[in-house]
Design a protein around this ligand. Structure first.
Ligand code: ZN
Length: 125
């Protein structure tokens, strides 16, 4: 039997000590996970979708904003804490991670109508 373990490079957490989460089925969200995790573990990039869905990422890589009431992980959450430093501080410190996070939050705070309007205004100008 395969021993379940976090697939982030340099992290050896198992389900014995932490919660492990499966890769999301949603393609866009899974690609976002990959953008964070592949730099730490390049072997993941050759895996098929089905193989990826069997991989696990431990809870240490998710910042507190990705957990809702009672510690439930939110549906759109992604693992952005990958280095020891990031895990220690609880915030993403890498340039790549910050860009993705900013963009993600921006989209989340806008509702769809506002976003369409803003695009239209830009086009009129
Ligand atoms: Zn881990």
């Amino acid at each position: 039997m395969v021993y379940e373990k976090c697939c982030v490079g340099g992290c050896n957490t198992t389900r014995e000590t932490h919660r492990l989460f499966r890769f999301p089925r949603n393609d866009n969200l899974r690609n976002l996970w990959m953008a964070f995790i592949v730099p730490t573990n390049p072997q993941l990039i050759v895996l098929s979708k089905e193989q990826l869905l069997n991989k696990r990422v431990c809870e240490k890589h998710f910042d507190v904003f990705h957990f809702g009431n009672e510690g439930r992980r939110l549906g759109y959450s992604y693992p952005s804490l990958l280095t020891d430093n990031e895990i220690a501080h609880g915030v993403p410190l890498t340039a790549t991670g910050w860009d993705v996070t900013t963009e993600h939050n921006y989209c989340k705070e806008q509702n769809e109508d506002d976003f369409t309007e803003a695009v239209l205004v830009v086009r009129k100008c």
